[in-house]
Design a protein around this ligand. Structure first.
Ligand code: GYE
Length: 311
């Protein structure tokens, strides 16, 4: 009888968990996939997920987190839109003894304010993209235009840094223009149109480096509208590995992407469940893989396998 009740209570524990998730918004295909994968992972584990979409605004995220604290949730997931400005609200969660897990972006705040962070190594993603370009252009002169992610977000800061590091030793490669496209297709296209105008109708541009695939897809459209061929007249390298970049690659219009898994919630819930069960603190940084894909890696097949996965 005793063992049965122990079993019941531990089963009940996972099923009784309520977790608040403050999501940034739906700026990219990758973000949409992360949202659906998080919902699926919660359902699979019997976790009740309270979802709040912040529509890209930090103030909405702070409000949502305060709401989750007031409701007494068991844990909070947050994908922080920008790096700064989190100390107060994370301190409130800590005072309420509610563990916080960061998903996919980092914060500039003391590490004791969150249980763990599940994210990629974003500097490395930039390096992988940069190394690919160094290899691709060899000794040819190459003017690069850069589409940055959301200003003040860790992926924008770090992906820029890693890429610059990788091309750093090469005198033939330089970033001639760099502007934010806010991680969206529409802005990526609009900013790329400006770059094309400023650089001799695009003829002076050798490559586009976009901090995510959605901006690259927007840029590809702008390049085509200008009468140039993306993938050959202008090289296109970006990050995420969403289905649409693989179909662009299959069509010869994109050259490389660095994959980012949308399943940040799986490792986050694993860490949380272990922590709530034994009080075992997880690693502070759980780092996901950053794998390069090029047209040699069966882009059509990658498109097929991914398109169902919540994108
Ligand atoms: O690469 C981009 C998105 O925070 C790492 O946010 C994430 C980035 C992702 O919208 O597509």
């Amino acid at each position: 009888v005793a063992s049965v009740s122990v079993l019941l209570s531990s089963t009940a524990m996972a099923a009784d968990l309520t977790v608040g998730f403050s999501q940034i918004g739906s700026e990219s295909g990758w973000r949409a996939a992360e949202t659906s994968v998080t919902k699926m992972e919660a359902e699979k584990r019997g976790i009740q997920l309270k979802f709040a979409d912040a529509q890209q605004k930090q103030e909405n995220q702070i409000k949502a987190i305060r709401g989750f604290i007031a409701q007494g949730v068991d844990a909070i997931l947050v994908a922080p839109v920008v790096a700064t400005g989190w100390e107060a609200v994370l301190g409130e969660a800590k005072d309420a003894k509610i563990p916080v897990i960061l998903l996919d972006r980092g914060v500039d705040a003391p590490q004791d304010l969150y249980l763990t962070s599940v994210a990629s190594d974003q500097v490395e993603e930039g390096r992988v993209a940069g190394r690919w370009l160094v290899d691709a252009v060899k000794d040819k002169d190459c003017k690069v235009v850069e589409l940055q992610g959301t200003v003040g977000s860790t992926p924008a800061i770090n992906r820029k840094k890693g890429f610059e590091e990788a091309i750093g030793g090469k005198a033939n490669i330089s970033i001639v223009r760099s502007q934010t496209g806010d991680f969206t297709r529409a802005k990526g296209k609009e900013v790329m149109e400006g770059f094309i105008k400023a650089e001799n109708g695009g003829k002076d541009i050798c490559a586009v480096y976009a901090h995510n695939d959605d901006m690259a897809v927007g840029a590809i459209q702008a390049i085509k509208d200008a009468g140039l061929k993306p993938g050959s007249d202008l090289l296109v390298v970006s990050i995420d590995g969403v289905p649409d970049i693989f179909s662009a690659m299959a069509a010869g219009e994109a050259n490389a992407t660095v994959e980012l898994t949308p399943n940040m919630a799986g490792p986050a819930f694993d860490a949380l469940e272990a922590y709530l069960k034994d009080g075992k603190a997880p690693e502070k940084f759980i780092i996901t893989e950053s794998k390069l894909y090029t047209p040699a890696d069966n882009p059509q097949g990658e498109y097929e396998t991914r398109k169902g996965l919540g994108y």
